[in-house]
Design a protein around this ligand. Structure first.
Ligand SMILES: [Zn+2]
Length: 451
């Protein structure tokens, strides 16, 4: 099957099927190995920029904002609030009937942030998702444990894995129908080889397996694909150690899809052949090709929702530097959001920094979960310690945080089940189909909707 991006984005013709594409049914867009140096990568990007700026004017938002013939260098940032203000279809770059899916990213206030994709873009999403150091194949069983509702990430993994010939287990997340006891059963009974979840989720599976009387291991697991929250290297190593499988970290957003993933050397590379990254310095207003600052992206093949210099507001360090993996893609380190974290005793602390110390504790203490509160002059930390070593673990964590982060710190050990309640781990199926007729002794309190 050859899929075309038939909007005239690429020289008015169709793309696909040529040499160097990533396999039958692929999008035909660039694949790793198609370019051999950063210079040829830049040429690939350069070729796409002017057509994308032209195409953007098909959307109501950019039609108002751009002059005909304007170059990207003179285009201002597109902010998240621009997308919210354009809800629902102000960013639409193609006729509505060409859309395949509509999504929203979770927002807490005001209009949601919409995102839409054509069928051809779905092929590209799958192509980018399967770019992995541990690839997905027909022998694999992938458990998707990401919310499906309106979010792109669950559906994308589902679709990409099916196209790769794998078996998909749509486990969802935060669904009443799939409590943790059921996840543990699926992971074990189906010999799940790959999972797609947040990193936090994987540690809850371990606790749920232990609560169910297993040792917490899932022997068939080959790799854990994780995304959705930043993770410290110590937590990552701990997950790998407990589950005996590599953690492959992904980075992306609902508006554009996958943006980066780990290479076989364990470094995260940005998909700069598909999306042009730039680095914005909010203090000076400067935009650079690489460096540290806010990540600003221009997707090079986005047709349903063209975006020019879209500010993701994530602070990253991006460098065009060689890596032994040979992918010839810039490396990216996601450092978090500007202004995130709290001040303790005059020092700014982020979650990742504290987390790094928690998971550097020796594995023997069995610490899976923690929480902390930033007070004015000290950090108060609680760790769940299942065994008898709570005192020792607490003293050791307090010492390491005080020594390396330079803040006063009080750590206490709390019993297992305090931070992640055991009843939630053991909970059985709670979803009930709507029903109106009941027997004489049955509970009819929640006949139609569960409260
Ligand atoms: Zn690499």
């Amino acid at each position: 099957m050859t899929v075309s991006l038939n909007t005239g984005l690429v020289g008015g013709g169709t793309v696909g099927g040529g040499p160097g594409t990533s396999g039958p049914g692929s999008s035909g867009l660039p694949a790793i190995g198609d370019w051999t140096s950063f210079e040829t990568l830049r040429a690939l990007q350069e070729e796409r920029i002017a057509p994308m700026v032209r195409h953007a004017r098909n959307s109501p938002f950019y039609e108002k904002r751009l002059e005909p013939g304007q170059s990207l260098a003179t285009v201002g940032l597109t902010q998240k609030r621009d997308l919210r203000d354009s809800y629902p279809f102000g960013m639409l770059g193609v006729p509505r009937e060409r859309l395949a899916t509509y999504h929203e990213s979770s927002g807490s206030t005001g209009n949601p942030t919409p995102a839409y994709f054509t069928e051809a873009e779905w092929t590209d999403l799958a192509d980018r998702f399967i770019r992995k150091s541990v690839p997905i194949g027909p022998e694999d069983t992938l458990l998707v444990r990401i919310p499906y509702g309106l979010v792109l990430a669950g559906h994308m993994a589902h679709w990409a894995a099916m196209r790769s010939g794998a078996t998909v287990v749509p486990g969802d997340c935060r669904s009443l129908a799939v409590p943790y006891s059921r996840v543990v059963r699926l992971l074990r009974d189906l010999d799940v080889t790959l999972t797609w979840s947040t990193p936090s989720e994987s540690l809850i599976w371990v606790a749920a397996a232990r609560a169910a009387g297993y040792d917490g291991s899932f022997p068939a697991l080959r790799a854990l694909y994780v995304a959705g929250e930043p993770t410290s290297s110590a937590r990552r190593r701990r997950i790998e150690e407990i589950l005996s499988a590599p953690v492959i970290e992904e980075y992306g957003c609902t508006e554009v899809g996958p943006l980066a993933s780990d290479c076989p050397q364990g470094r995260m590379h940005f998909w700069a052949d598909r999306v042009l990254p730039e680095i914005y310095n909010p203090a000076t207003g400067d935009i650079a090709a690489e460096g540290t600052g806010q990540l600003v992206i221009t997707p090079l093949y986005r047709e349903a929702m063209p975006l020019l210099r879209y500010n993701l507001e994530d602070v990253v360090d991006l460098q065009y530097e060689d890596c032994p993996c040979g992918w010839k893609l810039p490396t990216v380190q996601v450092l978090g959001r500007l202004g995130q974290g709290y001040t303790v005793g005059g020092r700014r602390l982020g979650q990742i920094q504290v987390e790094e110390h928690v998971y550097r504790l020796p594995a023997d203490h069995g610490v899976l979960f923690w929480r902390a509160r930033a007070e004015q002059d000290r950090l108060v930390v609680q760790i769940e310690v299942p065994g008898e070593t709570g005192g020792e673990a607490s003293a050791s964590l307090a010492a390491s945080i005080e020594a390396e982060l330079g803040v006063r710190c009080a750590v206490s050990a709390v019993p297992e089940g305090t931070l992640v309640p055991s009843r939630l781990l053991a909970q059985r199926l709670d979803a009930m189909k709507p029903r109106k007729l009941f027997g004489p002794d049955e509970d009819w309190e929640h006949a139609i909707l569960r409260g």
